[in-house]
Design a protein around this ligand. Structure first.
Ligand code: FAD
Length: 461
C-alpha cells in the first residue's frame, strides 16, 4: 500500500522526524558491508522516514501511527549489526532509539536503562558505583543496550560471565507492542528469551535490566607466540585457571597483525597474538603462564598507561573489531562465524589450519556457554567468490566445526539455524499486523495467520 508520508509526519507531531533523503539513507544501513554478499543484496534498501522518540509516550505515538497507516517499522539502535538486522527491507518507518537513553537505576548487582542508552555511557555510570557491565560488545561507544539485547549475543566479559542468554545476565526487559494503543510488557527471568535476539521483530524494547559485576582495574595485555596452536592452547590454559579471572581472551593469526599498524613497535612483529584483559593484581601470574608456554608478554598496560601511550583498547583487536581493522585497509576481506569442538582442542586447530588454504586466517574468541569454556573462530577470509566461500564453509563443517553463517540477512539463517517459534508467537501477540522487521524472518509468512498458541505449539513439535 502507498503511504501518505506527509500525513504520517503530521500524525507523529511532536515527535522529532528526519525526512532528508541523505540522512534516511544513512540510517537505513548497518555494518552488513562486512559481507560482500549482504552488501550486494541490501545496499539499495532504504526506509521512508526516521522518527526519534525521546520518551515512552513518544514511542507509543510512533507505533500507534505505524499501526494506523499499516507502515512497516524497523527499530534502530546504533546500527552496528553485521547482518543487516536494522535495514528496512520493506521501506517504511525507522525508529531511532538513541533519544531514549536514560540510565534509570543502578541497584544491587544490576543496572536498569532505557533501550537507547549507549553501553559506554552505562559502563561509565557504573564505574562511579564500583561496578561494570558483565559483558559488552567492542562497539560499546556507538551501540545501544537495547540493540545489544535485540541483536547481540556475547562480548568482552563472556569468558568470565557467559553469553547474554545465560541465566541471570539479562534479568528483565520491557517491550512495547504495535497496536492502536501500544503498551509496555514486562519480561522477567527466563521469559526474556522470548525477545532476546529476535532482531526487533516481536516488540520494541524500551528498557533492559542487566547484571553487573564488581569493577576491576584491568590490564590490557598482548602476548606473542611463534605458533598459532600454542597461542590457542595458552588461551585455553588461562581460561581454566581459577586464580586468574580474565575478562577477554582472543587469539589472532600472525598474518592478521599486519593490519594492526597501531601495534607496530609495541609487540613483536609477524607473531601470533593472544589478546587479553587481566586484573591488575593477577598480572604476575599471567606473565608466568605466558612465559611457561614459550610466549612473550609484550604489552601489559593499565588504562592510564594506555592513554599516555595513545594506544587503542586491546579489545579493538578482538571480536569483530579484528575484522574491522583489516577492512579499513582492504575491502576484499570478509569473515565467517565458526563454532569449534568443545572442550577446546589445540591439536584440532593445528590440524585444520593447513586444510583451509591461505585465504583463511584464524581468529578465536574464548567464552563460556552454560558454564563450559568454548571457542569460536571469526576468521578473516579473502573473498574471491561465493563458491569459494561455500567451499571454506564445507571444509570447516566436514572437520567438525559448525558454520553459523554471517552472510545471511534472515534471523533463522545464522546462529539460530531453525525458526524460533517462541519469538514468532510473541510477534503475533505484540505485532498482530506483522509490521516489525518481518522480512527478516523466513518462517513468519508461514505462521502469521495462526494463533500465538498454535505458533508456540510448533516450538515443541
Ligand atoms: P542495531 O544494529 O541498531 O540493531 C540490532 C538489531 O536490534 C536490529 O534488528 C534492530 O532492529 C534491533 N533493535 C535495536 N534496538 C532495538 C530495540 N530497542 N527494540 C527492539 N529491537 C531493537 N555483537 C556481539 O554480540 N558481540 C560483540 O562483541 C560484537 N562486536 C562487534 C564488533 C564490530 C566492529 C561490529 C561492527 C559489530 C559487533 N557486534 C557484536 C554486533 C553489534 O555491534 C552488537 O550486537 C551491538 O550490540 C548492536 O547494537 P546496536 O545498538 O548497534 O543495534
Amino acid at each position: 500500500t502507498q503511504i501518505d508520508w506527509d500525513a504520517f509526519t503530521q500524525a507523529l507531531d511532536p515527535v522529532e522526524v528526519i525526512d532528508e533523503p541523505v540522512l534516511i539513507k544513512k540510517r537505513s544501513r548497518d555494518f552488513f558491508w562486512y559481507s560482500p554478499i549482504l552488501n550486494a543484496e541490501l545496499r539499495r534498501c532504504f526506509g521512508d522516514l526516521v522518527a526519534v522518540p525521546k520518551s515512552v509516550e513518544e514511542l507509543a505515538r510512533c507505533l500507534a501511527t505505524a499501526f494506523d497507516f499499516d507502515a512497516p517499522v524497523v527499530v534502530r539502535g546504533g546500527g552496528t549489526g553485521n547482518y543487516g538486522q536494522s535495514v528496512p527491507m520493506d521501506g517504511g518507518l525507522i525508529i531511532e532509539m538513541t533519544g531514549m537513553n536514560k540510565i534509570l537505576e543502578i541497584g544491587d548487582g544490576f543496572v536498569r536503562a532505557q533501550a537507547g542508552a549507549l553501553m559506554a555511557d552505562v559502563n561509565a555510570a557504573l564505574r562511579d558505583h564500583g561496578r561494570e557491565m558483565c559483558m559488552f560488545p567492542s562497539t560499546q561507544d556507538i551501540a545501544t543496550i537495547g540493540g545489544f539485547v535485540a541483536g547481540g549475543s556475547s562480548g568482552i566479559g563472556s569468558i568470565a560471565n557467559g553469553m547474554l542468554r545465560d541465566p541471570g545476565n539479562l534479568r528483565a526487559l520491557k517491550a512495547m507492542d504495535v497496536t492502536s494503543d501500544p503498551k509496555e510488557h514486562l519480561f522477567e527471568g527466563e521469559d526474556v528469551l522470548q525477545v532476546h535476539h529476535a532482531w526487533g521483530l516481536n516488540g520494541v524494547i524500551t528498557e533492559v535490566t542487566l547484571r553487573t559485576v564488581p569493577a576491576q582495574d584491568w590490564i590490557g595485555c598482548i602476548a606473542t607466540f611463534d605458533d598459532y596452536a600454542t597461542a590457542y592452547a595458552t588461551g585455553y590454559a588461562l581460561a581454566q585457571m581459577p586464580e586468574i579471572g580474565c575478562k577477554l581472551i582472543s587469539t589472532v593469526d600472525a598474518r592478521i597483525t599486519d593490519y594492526f599498524p597501531r601495534l607496530k613497535g609495541h609487540v613483536r612483529s609477524a607473531k601470533h597474538l593472544m589478546v587479553s584483559m587481566i586484573p591488575a593484581d593477577q598480572i604476575d601470574a599471567f606473565r608466568a603462564v605466558i612465559e611457561d608456554n614459550d610466549g612473550v608478554p609484550d604489552l601489559t598496560l593499565t588504562e592510564d598507561q594506555r592513554i599516555a601511550a595513545k594506544l587503542p583498547h586491546v579489545f579493538d583487536f578482538s571480536y569483530n573489531h579484528t575484522t574491522l581493522q583489516v577492512l579499513k585497509a582492504d575491502r576484499k576481506a570478509t569473515y565467517q562465524q565458526i563454532g569449534c569442538p568443545a572442550p577446546p582442542d589445540p591439536q584440532a586447530i593445528a590440524d585444520l589450519r593447513p586444510k583451509l588454504g591461505d585465504d583463511v586466517w584464524m581468529h578465536h574468541e574464548f567464552a563460556k556457554v552454560g558454564g563450559e569454556i568454548v571457542t569460536f573462530d571469526l576468521p578473516i577470509i579473502w573473498f574471491t567468490s561465493e563458491d569459494r566461500l561455500a567451499e571454506i564453509n564445507a571444509t570447516y563443517a566436514a572437520n567438525g566445526f559448525p558454520v553459523y553463517d554471517a552472510h545471511t540477512w534472515q534471523v533463522e539463517g545464522g546462529g539460530l539455524k531453525n525458526a524460533d517459534y517462541r519469538h514468532l508467537a510473541w510477534k503475533k501477540r505484540m505485532d498482530p499486523k506483522g509490521l516489525l522487521n518481518s522480512a527478516k524472518s523466513m518462517a513468519w509468512d508461514s505462521v502469521k495467520d495462526l494463533s500465538p498458541e498454535d505458533i508456540e505449539a510448533k516450538a515443541t513439535t
